[in-house]
Design a protein around this ligand. Structure first.
Ligand SMILES: [Zn+2]
Length: 746
């Protein structure tokens, strides 16, 4: 396939795409200018069309820059980890350096794999953050750390391992395509390289990508990663879209179109999500279900298969990934917005966990899939994941992280899944293996980059909200949009436009599904919003400097009920995390499996009861702290108040949170078994009086309860307004944090 033989546009009818029409999404513009070490993000739009297309086209790293509280948090991420990874562990010091080039086997733990995987995750975050913060120190680090591959990439290499030779059998076998750890790590690194190219326009990066992604002469092995699913396919599509490289095209076509027996064996496990096989009542779980899949692995895999639609134009790949997403959202979604992925998938639960590197992968995978589906609710989910689970991964100063986070963190080392180390829920400088220590670098920059995207008709779309500044080019005009806001802690987002010249184009604004009565004004005039404007309000006009859009998303407290199906501790299935083993029987029905629970949210934020910290130590709950409460779903929000104060700067997810909910709860005696933690059923609790408790955003509560057991409140005669709190009052430690004088919302 030659560079000039463009792929024909397939007929790609995907219902929601109709919203935006089936027009060609990308119009060839100027190819990227070379701007090495420049902090100015280039609009290096893809110029070679794929058969499938994205509903929304991502902008390069640096086009969106964080401001306000988001910038404070991003600086904490930089200073806490991204800029100092060399000091965190020697594996990072040697990652992808010129004098560290293991030959055999690249793929094994203990033979360099952590340096390569960890480097891949870290650089992915590093490149994005460097351009987003326009940070000279980080930009210099990008240049230095990417230099070995930029300078030595060769078509003879394997993936980004330029020092291996694909004509050498022992080198080929050292990446072990059947297992593929090395190729997996190379794929993660490739993401950093593509991001760097998009932001810098450095042509050496494009060449390095072409060298790595063209493996048509060796059986397209570089598409496949760990365990062989196509975790590098998105890289290769992005590469082709920019380079038009015929070898990369042939590699992708061979992988997605040739469909030999080996390919079928890769595709078959994913082709149909095991919907029917899942959750057959509560009695037992069939062997073949989602819980046998590994967290990072499945996220990367689904993004890879979805890329099959980008390449071939056939909807089946994306449809399959969407079906898996739907299934997992139904069964495994935690109230903090991420899936139960404590190595393996599992049912929603107060003491089940999400691994930090998996959370980063899930955030990226959800965004990748959103760009292809354009479903607004998927963007709502991204916000929920980022504002809650994203904030749950680290200490306030961003110098320590958890390997696993859980909805109820009553003690720092108690979780239900017995894989891994008991300290996995403890904040530490690093955890082994180093996947999460590396992956934590990705979370903020990933969210920041995709807050704005381009539409298929050369307009702009506000996808994810938080304070930022957008600088880009639309229809040949430089456009900047400042989004000033303390969202999600406040309800209003003000967007101010600056343009080189007046220009007509559409701006799409995402209206969150949870918001019942949104209002939007344009230059002080209210825009009539009907339900048809959801999830995206489209404003098409000639824009001028000084134009101002004000979005107001009133937030109403919501109580969401669910079932915690984790009654027993589980053990690692036989056969390894991604092997053929199963957790059959581990969740088998017991009298206890299926405990009703409830959580409270406001807008995209989950709220939690904070447990006081001993001397501000986020790993030490105050002895005898009271956290034993239950919620009555019928009355918890009867007299709910929302209390807001100014968002403090620098922002660090403070315990003294700028937004608090006061809700009704029952004191309820239940115990926390650190070995086998579980929520109690209603008849296992001694229910006391109803009282008011204060909840704060999940991310501000480093020790907390956010999934409450459910109980009916005692009759009104037993309600005592002034009943002393049991032991230390978890809701109001020390002085009462919620002054009655504060602004009171609804
Ligand atoms: Zn990890």
């Amino acid at each position: 396939m030659g560079k000039n033989k463009m792929l024909p546009f397939g007929i790609f009818i995907w219902g929601i795409f109709l919203i935006f029409g089936l027009t060609r999404p990308i119009v060839a513009q100027n190819s990227a200018a070379i701007a090495q070490d420049s902090a100015v993000a280039q609009d290096s739009d893809p110029v070679h069309a794929l058969r499938g297309h994205r509903v929304f086209e991502p902008l390069p790293a640096g086009a969106v820059k964080p401001s306000g509280w988001l910038r404070d948090w991003a600086l904490a991420a930089k200073n806490g980890y991204t800029a100092v990874m060399d000091d965190v562990d020697p594996e990072f010091t040697r990652a992808w350096t010129a004098d560290f080039s293991p030959t055999c086997p690249v793929g094994d733990w203990g033979h360099g794999s952590w340096s390569y995987e960890g480097g891949g995750y870290w650089f992915d975050g590093l490149v994005r953050l460097a351009y987003q913060l326009e940070d000279k120190e980080l930009l210099a680090m990008v240049s230095r750390r990417l230099a070995p591959v930029l300078e030595h990439a060769t078509p003879e290499g394997i993936g980004h391992f330029y020092w291996l030779n694909r004509k050498n059998e022992s080198d080929l076998s050292s990446v072990r395509p059947d297992y593929g750890w090395g190729l997996w790590a190379s794929g993660l690194y490739g993401r950093a390289m593509i991001t760097y190219y998009g932001a810098s326009g450095d042509e050496r990066a494009l060449r390095a990508m072409q060298c790595a992604d063209d493996s048509s002469d060796i059986g397209c092995i570089t598409i496949a990663g760990l365990g062989s699913p196509p975790n590098n396919a998105i890289n290769a599509c992005e590469d082709y879209a920019r380079s038009g490289d015929t070898g990369v095209a042939e590699t992708l076509t061979r992988f997605f179109e040739h469909r030999d027996v080996e390919w079928q064996s890769l595709w078959e496990p994913y082709r149909t999500p095991p919907v029917d096989a899942l959750w057959c009542g509560e009695k037992h779980y069939p062997e073949d279900w989602v819980m046998r899949f590994h967290g990072v692995f499945l996220n990367e895999t689904l993004a890879g298969w979805a890329a099959g639609t980008l390449w071939t134009g056939r909807p089946e790949f994306l449809e399959t990934a969407v079906a898996w997403q739907k299934l997992m959202d139904e069964k495994c979604l935690q109230p903090y917005g991420a899936l139960v992925e404590d190595e393996l998938y599992g049912p929603t639960g107060a003491y089940r966990c999400t691994e930090t590197c998996t959370l980063a992968a899930e955030l990226w995978r959800r965004i990748q899939m959103f760009t292809m589906t354009g479903v607004g609710e998927d963007a709502d989910r991204v916000e929920r994941l980022f504002f809650n689970a994203g904030a749950g991964t680290t200490t306030r100063d961003f110098t320590q992280h958890v390997y696993f986070q859980q909805p109820n963190r009553i003690s720092p080392n108690s979780f239900i899944y017995s894989w891994g180390n008991k300290t996995n829920c403890t904040f530490r400088r690093k955890h082994y293996p180093l996947c999460c220590t590396a992956g934590v670098n990705r979370i903020l920059p990933t969210y920041i980059q995709y807050q704005w995207m381009k539409t298929s008709d050369q307009g702009l779309a506000a996808i994810l909200y938080a304070p930022n500044r957008l600088d880009t080019t639309v229809r040949g005009t430089r456009v900047s949009i400042d989004s000033t806001t303390d969202y999600p802690f406040q309800e209003t987002v003000t967007m101010s436009l600056t343009l080189d010249q007046s220009t007509a184009f559409p701006i799409l604004l995402r209206i969150p599904q949870w918001c019942k009565n949104p209002t939007v004004t344009l230059n002080h005039e209210k825009i009539n919003l009907t339900t048809e404007e959801r999830p995206f309000l489209r404003i098409e006009r000639t824009w001028n400097t000084g134009d101002t859009i004000v979005l107001n998303f009133p937030m109403e407290p919501r109580l969401e009920q669910g079932i915690d199906r984790n009654a027993k501790s589980v053990t690692m299935p036989t056969g390894g995390a991604w092997g053929k083993g199963s957790v059959l029987g581990q969740f088998a029905n017991t009298e206890l499996s299926g405990v009703p629970c409830a959580s409270i949210s406001l807008g995209p934020l989950l709220f939690a009861l904070p447990i006081p910290e001993e001397n501000g130590d986020e790993n030490k709950p105050v002895h005898d702290a009271a956290w034993q409460y239950a919620l009555d779903p019928n009355h918890a929000l009867d007299a709910v108040t929302v209390e807001r104060s100014d968002v403090p700067h620098p922002w660090a997810w403070p315990r003294e949170a700028p937004i608090q909910l006061r809700v009704q709860a029952c004191s309820a005696q239940w115990t926390h078994d650190t070995e086998f933690p579980r929520l109690p059923k209603a008849d296992e609790m001694e229910i006391g009086a109803s009282r008011t408790i204060s909840l704060i955003p999940y991310g501000c509560a480093k020790l907390r309860v956010s999934m409450f057991p459910v109980a009916e409140q005692p009759s009104p005669s037993t309600i005592t307004e002034n009943e002393p709190a049991p032991a230390a009052d978890a809701a109001h430690p020390e002085s009462d944090v919620a002054s009655p004088d504060r602004d009171t919302g609804k």
